[in-house]
Design a protein around this ligand. Structure first.
Ligand code: PEP
Length: 244
């Protein structure tokens, strides 16, 4: 079974109820025919967005199922309001909140137990790339962040170079291909259906570069930040993935 193609949007800390009009526009103007579409809005919008019939995800969850963790959200709570996925280990969580690979793995287990698909993010910093450490960093993050219970059905991996997120800069196709080949190889070696896990690229994907990104071997879709906020931008990215 080939990995399913997925166009995933990460709204980060953007959007209010009024922003849901973009989902109406997306569904009306850009029906996805050839790929899955997911939007991960702020937690405040998950229930209303899911009610529109589009796959919806959280942007983080706690590793525990409940308890005294003020401000956190459990995976089961995301599921309860209609989420099907949750982004875990985004570089902004790793940087802003000091999340470690072990914590990301624990959160991924919690997501799986709640019946959510974990979208686990990995990616090197610019300093690590300049030092020639990219492949070692990605291999270590994969080994540490992806739990043993991961399957092609419950896990998606997103390669997001930290220096490409929100900067308008993207790696070359060869650089993306090199990392995705490594991820495919490592996941295939470790998991029975690892070859079928969807591998997304993320970092300044726009309508203008989407087709080029989706032509790269072992790129099965994208995790899109800024360009997922507007239907006029995300729609063409979905179309490019459908056509790839
Ligand atoms: C992201 O935050 O996951 C991301 C890829 O952002 P952007 O597309 O804005 O670079």
């Amino acid at each position: 079974m080939a990995p399913r193609k997925l166009a995933a949007g990460n709204w980060k800390m953007n959007g209010t109820l009024a922003s849901l009009a973009e989902i109406d526009r997306l569904l009306a103007d850009h029906p996805a025919s050839g790929c899955d579409v997911l939007i991960c809005p702020p937690a405040t919008l998950i229930q209303a967005m899911a009610a529109k019939g589009i796959a919806t995800g959280g942007q983080d969850c706690h590793a525990k199922a409940s308890g005294a963790h003020t401000g956190d959200i459990a995976a089961q709570q995301l599921k309860d309001v209609g989420a099907s996925h949750v982004i875990l280990g985004h570089s902004e969580r790793r940087t802003d909140h000091g999340e470690t690979d072990a914590q990301v793995a624990a959160k991924s287990v919690a997501a799986h137990e709640a019946g959510l698909v974990a979208v686990i993010c990995v990616g090197e910093t610019e300093a690590q790339r300049d030092a020639g450490e990219t492949l070692d960093v990605i291999a270590a993050q994969l080994a540490g962040s992806v739990p043993d219970g991961a399957t092609a059905a419950n896990t998606v991996i997103a390669y997001e170079p930290v220096w490409a997120i929100g900067t308008g800069r993207t790696p070359t196709s060869d650089q993306i291909a090199e990392v995705h080949a490594l991820m495919h190889e490592r996941l295939s070696a470790r998991f029975a259906d690892g070859a079928d896990m969807a591998l997304l690229y993320g970092g300044s994907v726009k309508p203008g570069n989407a087709a080029e990104v989706f032509a790269i071997p072992h790129v099965n879709g994208a995790l899109v930040g800024g360009a997922s906020l507007k239907a006029a931008d995300f729609g063409p990215i979905i179309a490019a993935l459908s056509a790839a």
